[in-house]
Design a protein around this ligand. Sequence first.
Ligand code: ZN
Length: 64
Amino acid sequence: MEAAMNSVEIICPTCGESFEVPAPHESEVPCSVDYDCEICCRPMLVSFWEENGAVNGEAQGLGG
Ligand SMILES: [Zn+2]
């Protein structure tokens, strides 16, 4: 386990299941990262931002 690496729980826009992705460091947000859903394997774009000292993330579908 890497203590320095936080993870963020996101909800897949395609299947609605939640899973965790590694969060970027606070100094690197806001940013967006492509991920494939761990459950349905559909691609999504996860936007990260900092809020109250914590990194949050939210997924949106790529469409198509
Ligand atoms: Zn999914």
